[in-house]
Ligand binder design. Sequence first.
Ligand code: 13P
Ligand code: 13P
Ligand code: MG
Ligand code: MG
Ligand code: MG
Ligand code: MG
Length: 362
Amino acid sequence: KKVTLSIIKADVGGLAGHHVVHPDLIATATRMLSEAKESGIIEDFYVTNVGDDLQLIMTHYRGVDSKDVHSLAWDTFKEATKVAQKLGLYGAGQDLLSDAFSGNVRGMGPGVAEMEFIERTSEPVVAFMADKTEPGAFNLPFYKIYADPFNTAGLVIDPKLHSGFKFEIWDLIEHKQYFLNAPEDSYDILALIGTTGRFTIKRVYRKDNNEIAAAVSSERLNLIAGKYVGKDDPVAIARAQSGFPALGEILEPFSFPHLVAGWMRGSHNGPLMPVSQKDARCTRFDGPPRIIALGFNIKDGKLIGPTDLFDDPAFDETRRTAQIIADYMRRHGPFMPHRLGPEEMEYTTLPQVLKKLEEKKI
Ligand code: 13P
Ligand code: 13P
Ligand code: MG
Ligand code: MG
Ligand code: MG
Ligand code: MG
């Protein structure tokens, strides 16, 4: 029997701006998912937030893209939106881009990372959840986890990892896919995924037996809506140990606070700062972009845990570096490359300003 792990998330309103989810939304989602667990739709769940994004982590036996599970998530976000409206939270229902739900949240606004697999005797998994950035933020760290032996010792010394991993890469503009293998296609992989706004790592498989190793959400809200509707604030799942990278190999690349697109008004590059769940609240310039990692064991379909993996002094220097980078980037004010380039700014409110300027053109 294969178990499915689904993370489905949406921003349905923030307390005091795009800052943090209100506890009443967490309570509403917890109530809805408890009922669904009792009625057997899902096996187990954990509700949390990163910044203003409400996160539903669920296990079930219904496979990926399950109508029942997606409907449950959609109804939960709808119900939470009602609470957000009542409380006057900012951007109530922000990520629910359509009223016509058709059985799958893909393309409707919420972000999704799901995978189905046969549960191992011990099944450690990491749930990554980020705010104020986009799916391409996972390209650099996930490349390092699954293709860089300077990050992942197991690629060199563990025979179960030694043959490498297969990357499923999505072109979010042309809606095409690539399947490329590491290490042999690594330069091709990098040629694509270095363009973080367009090419994203969707899934990773162990090459020798095609076993699913990782999944990332791929929703780009601005591309769906055709205008600025906030950032995508992606999520990802990675399986750890026994034939997959060790837990610490999965966390290691996040010790480098690399620059990602998002931050203020979804229009700026800034450092991705790994934080504990309690620090997953965006403040400075609506950021800096933050990521949390929760570790679970899945046992008989139940979620054991979580453990708050970045709640650790081992990441203090990373956070300090991120602050220094934040200071440095902020000093550019409205200038590139702090502010994003014209291609990405197309989906913000900047074109409206530039359009008005046309009148002054001589
Ligand atoms: P243990 O010997 O504690 O299981 O550690 C193995 C391992 O994967 C460490 O990275
Ligand atoms: P969110 O996508 O997190 O709502 O961010 C929107 C924004 O404009 C932050 O400045
Ligand atoms: Mg928001
Ligand atoms: Mg957000
Ligand atoms: Mg958002
Ligand atoms: Mg041990």
